[in-house]
Design a protein around this ligand. Structure first.
Ligand code: ATP
Length: 270
């Protein structure tokens, strides 16, 4: 199984930057710049400084954002290859995008839902949409697994932060997706959530592709691969063990810091 990004570009209109005396000129912010890379089964930590495009990459890979240009190809199985691009979004029927999203579990960086439903109703709705034949059983299983049962009657929008984050993680796994995308997963999780998340990641590492965008370099130690982003592009991708072998203590944080030092030196001499 692998995901291939081919020359993916994304820029955002930056309305705040449009000068009032030049209304005809549109300003942009760069999300992804000719992003080309491939990740395989296992855990890939997506690292990079603020604004380097980590969230844009995950949102787009989740099918929540349409590329301006380029294509993402998901090689899920021998008979299952799916694509995501501007033309797929424009001419593909709604179900092709929906089918793709069903194969992907996505945990966004903002782990809040504004749903007016109770936690149990909401999970039931998702379980039904995922096609579970016995949605009630699946919901009970997920609530037990993620320590949510005590909050089942609470409105999702009123859940305490830590519980809300556990709910968001649990719903991302409802369809048993072969691709799991986690954006800053440790942010806002409580102690129980962190423990459960680490267990889940360990359990799933051989079952498919896990992408973790994070500034938590301690979490990145669980990764098989590291993908370093800079300015919307892939600056490095490789096995964690090989990349970190070049720094004295073999830690991801040391490798990351050395890469940022190089980046600063490079910029200074440009
Ligand atoms: N919806 C948006 N509208 C305008 N600009 C955006 C939007 N989303 C992202 N950007 C811009 O795209 C660039 C990449 O942002 P992105 O959030 O992907 O980076 P990041 O690496 O995840 O950063 P962080 O570590 O701070 O979360 C930034 O310059 C950001 O301001």
């Amino acid at each position: 199984m692998y995901i291939e990004w081919s020359h993916v570009n994304k820029r955002f209109h930056d309305s705040a930057k449009v000068p009032s005396h030049r209304p005809y000129r549109m300003e942009f912010r760069l999300g992804l710049l000719d992003f080309t890379s491939t990740v395989r089964n296992g855990i890939t930590a997506v690292l990079g400084p603020q604004g380097s495009g980590k969230t844009t990459l995950l949102r787009m890979t989740a099918g929540a954002l349409v590329p301006d240009d380029g294509r993402i190809t998901y090689h899920i199985g021998p008979n299952e290859v799916r694509g995501w691009s501007r033309s797929v979004a424009a001419i593909g029927n709604a179900s092709s995008a929906d089918e793709l999203r069903k194969r992907i579990g996505y945990v966004p960086s903002k782990k809040r839902s504004r749903r007016e439903w109770t936690l149990e109703e909401s999970l039931y709705d998702i379980a039904e949409a995922c096609g579970h034949l016995r949605p009630k059983v699946k919901v009970a299983e997920m609530m037990a697994k993620w320590g949510l049962a005590a909050h089942r009657k609470q409105l999702v929008k009123n859940l305490p932060e830590g519980v809300s984050s556990r709910y968001i993680v649990s719903q991302s796994l409802m369809a048993e997706p072969p691709i799991w995308l986690l954006d800053e997963p440790t942010e806002s999780l409580d102690e129980l959530g962190l423990k459960l998340l680490h267990e889940e990641i360990a359990e799933r590492r051989h079952k498919g592709i896990i992408l973790i965008a994070t500034n938590d370099l301690q979490l990145a130690e669980v990764a098989d691969y590291l993908l370093l982003m800079e300015g919307g592009s892939c600056r490095r991708l490789g096995q964690r063990r090989l990349l970190t072998a070049g720094v004295p203590d073999g830690r991801v944080s040391s490798w990351y810091n050395s890469m940022q030092t190089f980046a600063q030196v490079r910029t200074r001499f440009k």
